[in-house]
Design a protein around this ligand. Sequence first.
Ligand code: FES
Ligand SMILES: [Fe+2]
Length: 455
Amino acid sequence: MAIVEKKWSAPPVPFAMEHADRVPKERYFDPDFFRVEAEHLWPRIWQMACRLEEIPAPRDFVEYEFLDQSVVVVRTDDLGASAFQNACRHRGVKVAEGRGSCEQGFRCPFHGWCYGPDGANTAVTQRRTFAEHNLEPGDIDLVPVRCEVWGGCAWINLDDDAPPLRQCIEPAATMLDEWKVESLRTEWWYSARLPVNWKLAIEAFVEMYHVVQTHPQLAIPGMRYSLRDGAAFDPRRFIDAEIEYLSVMCDGMAGMVHANDVRVAESLRDTELPADPALAIATWNRTLNDAVMSWHRDRGADIPDLNELDTQGINLSFFHCFPHYFVLPMYSSASSYRFRPLGPEETLMEIWSLTRFPEGEEPGKPTPPEPWEADDPRWPPIPTQDFSNLPRQQRGLHAQAFEYMRLSSGLEGHISNFERIIDGFLAGLPHERLLPALGSVNVYPFDKPIADMGF
Ligand code: FES
Ligand SMILES: [Fe+2]
């Protein structure tokens, strides 16, 4: 494979991806690199700020924090969402904290300035004591932040020049819409405080290369991933292995494969499959998709035609909405991840288990989780395995003689593509040049090769 070299020259990006298959270690701990990201990346991108079930009713609000910024997201009367910067226009106190209803608007706790649910200033206490120039209409309203709703979530962006959300997360947006991602609801929500850089945390979840070593329980003899050319194919063994895989994923991953779907698969154990492996796999996929759809439709849940989704099947795709949000669908349900930097070597990772409920039976507002440490014994086996590598990797990167990661250009292309788009942001490239590159990260089969970013 040809190595794609970077093509832009200025302004310089510290510790840039000079070679597409080598990631300089400093990108994961250098305080200056972290500062450049804080200045040039995070204020320019769409961030998943909350799930809509956190703000189900008009005028419900949540505070979304990233780096040193706090943004308030409010459910609007038309069940969209709006957002503003969380700083009183008088002396900067945050007007909102946590979550709640702003039916009465917001009253600043310091001197009592008031704002409506739309952020407009509605009262200045002892108004006559201020000069007119400090009371300019508009200037004393809370500063609006761009906010859009997609995929069951509210998203914010501090950059007025950024393209609309949907353009920035294509083709994931279209494919996930076809899968009716918006009708998923939170079954549970966990969070982890990881002692690693945010990109290191993300990159632990974007390749299959680590699976055999890190998650040996997922290498199940007889299943599709273990089929080798020329090996004898046993349809019975194949079904058993597929069901075992789903069950291990369900217990171990928590959420990604839903227990309801595993039970549906169990009921198909005696399905007759053709002897030809390719035909057998296709038949099994179709049979299981049909059974999962029927099970959910019979109880009144909204589910798309899983057999009409892309040729590979929704179950083999990971969706990355650059840079910090993931949806990992399997049959009816999904895991979803969000990553936020807390410092150069500390990350908050959240995991949602999302599934479909009959209308009217959706669970209530999800409770925000207390972050667990990476080694908390409550983590299921698969995150436990991933989380056990991460702190060791962050420590290892500091080794004096370690210069850069050496990526497999066949198996770890996603990491290269992701890092090089970050460099595009850090170089201050205009959005129209970044947009085509985003498409190479926002959806991928596993083992995506290194792509030409066009810059
Ligand atoms: S800082 Fe908000 S009223 Fe003074
Ligand atoms: Fe893993």
